[in-house]
Design a protein around this ligand. Structure first.
Ligand code: ADP
Length: 215
């Protein structure tokens, strides 16, 4: 019996600190034809109105953490996590397996629809050990911290101290670079970013094609 070779999903984990340019890079990969699965978007969908995590969240925390529309009440959750630090861990214990399963389902669906490979954007990849196991390569978007700060100020209107506070609880540049197979240095203009994305896209296409027969 003739069987098509099992299609091995070539997955590039994409990460970087806040404001490094992950989303800009992911958009450029998408324009070239890569499928994008974004862990933050998955988490957002799972905890949105009627999302797949909401029944378990309601069961674990009661109705106080659920908005009238049936979504996770993020403000209430932040307050609870502040007074009860174990609450965050309990929420993560509910969410992480669901995020992993939903992410895997979206990657399979993208491959079934003919995507050559998947960019799996995981902002906190350097902070979380588990998510790396299924990745074929890890791509880190890196730039000087001052640029991260000025980009996030321009993007979100946050104060510099606020951006620095967020950066302080994220992995350091060195910690992220330590897990990288590939690095995009995003310290120039968008054209320079686009050129680096194009070079990597060609490399990933070639690697993904080879992986079809070795997976
Ligand atoms: P992240 O997703 O890593 O938080 P973004 O991709 O949203 O970062 O980039 C932060 C902001 O900086 C966005 O407004 C984006 O358009 C802009 N940006 C990213 N890279 C560049 C670049 N090379 N030149 C100019 N602006 C950039």
């Amino acid at each position: 019996m003739n069987q098509a070779p099992m299609r091995h999903t070539f997955i590039v984990g994409l990460t970087g600190g806040i404001g490094s340019g992950k989303s800009a890079a992911a958009d450029m990969f998408a324009q070239l034809g890569a499928a994008i699965v974004d862990a933050d978007a998955v988490a957002h969908d799972l905890t949105g109105p009627g999302g797949a995590a909401m029944a378990s969240i309601r069961e674990a925390f009661g109705p106080a953490l659920v908005t009238p529309a049936g979504a996770l009440d993020r403000t209430a959750m932040r307050q609870l996590a502040f007074t009860d630090p174990s609450a965050r861990a309990r929420l993560e214990a509910i969410l992480h397996p669901l995020i992993a399963a939903e992410g895997a389902a979206r990657m399979s669906a993208a491959m079934a629809h003919g995507a050559p490979y998947v960019i799996h954007a995981v902002p906190l990849l350097a902070e979380s050990g588990g998510a790396r196991q299924h990745m074929s390569r890890i791509l880190v978007v890196d730039c000087p911290e001052d640029l991260q700060v000025s980009r996030v100020i321009a993007r979100n209107g946050l104060a510099a101290e606020e951006v620095r506070r967020i950066m302080a609880v994220q992995a350091s540049r060195a910690q992220r670079l330590a897990i990288a197979d590939d690095v995009i240095v995003n310290d120039g203009d968008l054209e320079r970013l686009r050129r680096q994305v194009a070079v990597l896209h060609a490399k990933y296409l070639e690697a993904a094609t080879k992986a079809v027969f070795s997976g």
